[in-house]
Write a new protein. Structure first.
Length: 87
């Protein structure tokens, strides 16, 4: 689940927000993110992992994300790469 703000200026998008990632056990990872997308280009996001609960308590790391539009219907396909360290 993510909250965000976006700014669109001359067709370029920039954004920022916070995300909570969860697993089936109910443990969570928290992150802050920023992203940008020039006109007609790939959406690129950077997440900083800021903490977690349960088995993720004390987690540190980052997530890189690249998204491309799948169709004109507004669907996107995203690849995310996590790099993290647990205490």
């Amino acid at each position: 689940m993510c909250s965000y703000t976006l700014e669109i200026l001359n067709g370029a998008i920039t954004g920022q927000g916070q995300c909570t990632w969860g697993d089936v056990d109910g443990d969570k990872i928290f992150s802050d993110w920023t992203a940008s997308m020039p006109p007609n280009a790939q959406f690129v996001g950077k997440y900083k992992i800021t903490g977690g609960t349960g088995k993720y308590a004390g987690i540190q790391g980052k997530v890189d994300e690249q998204c491309n539009p799948v169709s004109a219907s507004g669907l996107w396909e995203c690849n995310q790469q996590f790099e993290y360290r647990l205490p």
